[in-house]
Design a binder for this molecule. Structure first.
Ligand SMILES: Cc1cc2nc3c(=O)[nH]c(=O)nc-3n(C[C@H](O)[C@H](O)[C@H](O)COP(=O)(O)OP(=O)(O)OC[C@H]3O[C@@H](n4cnc5c(N)ncnc54)[C@H](O)[C@@H]3O)c2cc1C
Ligand code: FES
Ligand code: FES
Length: 474
């Protein structure tokens, strides 16, 4: 098997590698081929952040942090990879590094390169300006310090701007891409018709977006992919299109940008987005990947179902591109089984804009605040007219084999007076409507109870009761 050439720009050098299999991770290539051993492996599952690196265009634009342990190396073809040691390659510590040293923010040192890269990502985003503690916490939401040294790390982050700015980087290398983007061993198509053509020709190839689910199959289950079709360069699927009545999000748009687009008309989504994984996962993973992967505990789907989202599936057949629209709830046929046919790709997620008077809640309950998977997710959108429920859509995750609409509970509430008695009846129905399982995240009973409590919470919040935060109770 011949593999396509993999070009990586690292430390002002162009590395051209010819022997990289499709399922080799970026972390392995960095450490073993490029000898960039400053990047560490902790968990190999995207959870700890020790492997965080920054990917950018060769000229440094579009920089963003990712977990290199679950990112396929070929997905970084033609990109610049910045690791912690690069920041001080000229012998001078970068403001991020100097601040960490001065605030005693490194103990074991193992997690430190990952924290450095997450803070470097933040430093670049704010162009060296001051950041708040909240911004700093959000920036390191994908990094774990097992000795819990977060306070000095956050102090360091808030002091980064006080150090002299680093000298501008040396002129970047000129990079001319000579790789065949359609090489079926690891294809990187840039146009929709190329992607669909490849899908039709190689229906068994592994479709790859950000790899934040599929990368784990490599590192945790030791799966090897014979062929990969990577859709993250397809220009059409990187677009977010805004129309008067809906927004269409391309399947390759990363979670961070997708949630930001949804939050334009529904600001509460921004808060929900921060509960989804950590920043590097949100910057790598896509909304399309979350929806297509179809995990019963995926977080975006209950929200999207409550908003009435549709998915657009496309295929190339007999020389033509064909498409079909499905309401998201009809996309899921069973546990990790979707309506996607072998030659189809999920291309768009279409989300209606809010109608006047929309009420919306979406709750995620997990053991950790950040970077954790839901025990239960509940989303509800409703409209009231003259004190009655005119329309309601409720969807839940973590309580069935797929994310699902709560049709029976919706029926109880529809056209009912919006009052405590109706909510109590709906709570009862909601607890009966699903048959959750017990697992390491929660017992079935706890999940059922949560469904009821979250519905009650929606009612109480709508009545103007303030939400109690644990931090308020001290
Ligand atoms: C540390 C960590 C934390 C996480 N936290 C959360 C969380 O809080 N909530 C949550 O819901 N998820 C979470 N996830 C899971 C994951 O990040 C999301 O599901 C993410 O959206 C997957 O997108 P991706 O682009 O990485 O998909 P990939 O991993 O690239 O693909 C996933 C699957 O979807 C298929 N696929 C991808 N795109 C398409 C497409 N356009 N058409 C057809 N098939 C496609 C792939 O073939 C593959 O089978 C977490 C993951 C990690 C590693
Ligand atoms: S090694 Fe832990 S996130 Fe990559
Ligand atoms: S300093 Fe590395 S785990 Fe805390």
């Amino acid at each position: 098997m011949t593999f396509p050439k993999l070009d990586l720009i690292h430390r002002h050098r162009l590395y051209s590698l010819n022997n990289v299999p499709p399922a080799r991770t970026l972390l392995d290539v960095l450490r073993e081929e490029l000898r960039a051993t400053d990047t560490k492996e902790g968990c190999a599952s995207g959870d700890c952040g020790a492997c965080t690196v920054v990917l950018s265009q060769p000229d440094g634009s579009r920089a963003h942090s990712v977990n290199s342990c679950i990112r396929m190396a070929h997905s970084a073809h033609g990109l610049k990879v910045t690791t912690a040691a690069d920041l001080s390659a000229d012998g001078q510590l970068h403001p991020v590094q100097q601040a960490l040293v001065d605030h005693h923010a490194s103990q074991c040192g193992f997690c430190t390169p990952g924290f450095v890269m997450s803070l470097y990502d933040l430093y670049q985003r704010v162009d060296g300006k001051a950041v708040t503690r909240e911004e700093a916490l959000e920036a390191v939401s994908g990094n774990l310090c097992r000795c819990t040294g977060y306070r000095p790390i956050i102090d360091a982050a808030c002091a980064m701007h006080t150090y002299p700015r680093p000298a501008p980087a040396a002129a970047e290398l000129k990079f001319t891409d000579t790789r065949d983007p359609l090489n079926p061993s690891y294809a990187l198509p840039t146009q929709l018709h190329q992607l669909l053509g490849l899908r039709a020709k190689f229906p068994l190839a592994q479709l790859m977006a950000g790899g934040t689910d599929a990368g784990l199959w490599v590192t945790q289950q030791h799966r090897r992919f014979e062929q990969v079709i990577d859709l993250t360069r397809v220009k059409e699927l990187l677009r977010i299109e805004r129309y008067p009545h809906h927004i269409a999000i391309g399947a390759a748009v990363n979670l961070h940008d997708a949630f930001a687009a949804l939050a334009e008309s529904r600001p509460s989504v921004a808060h929900f987005a921060e509960r989804f994984a950590g920043r590097p996962v949100r910057q790598s993973g896509t909304l399309g990947g979350n929806v297509a992967n179809g995990s019963p505990i995926g977080d975006s789907m209950p929200l999207l179902m409550a908003l009435g989202a549709q998915v657009v599936l496309m295929a190339a057949r007999k020389g033509r591109i064909v498409s079909r629209h499905l309401p998201l709830e009809n996309f899921y046929l069973g546990y990790r089984k979707t309506a996607l046919q072998a030659d189809e790709v999920l291309c768009w997620i279409v989300v209606p804009k809010p109608m006047p008077g929309e009420q919306l809640v979406h709750y995620k309950v997990s053991k950790r605040w950040e970077d954790d998977i839901s025990a239960v997710c509940l989303a509800m959108q409703w409209h009231l007219k003259n004190g009655e429920v005119q329309s309601v859509r409720i969807a839940a995750g973590g309580v069935a084999a797929t994310p699902a609409r709560a049709y029976q509970t919706e029926a109880v509430l529809t056209a009912a007076a919006w009052n405590e008695a109706a909510i109590a009846k709906a709570q009862h129905t909601l607890a009966q409507e699903f048959s959750p399982i017990s697992d390491m995240r929660a017992s079935a009973d706890y999940r059922r109870k949560l469904l009821q409590q979250l519905l009650q919470r929606a009612w109480l919040e709508q009545q103007g009761h303030a939400v109690a935060q644990l931090g308020d109770l001290s």
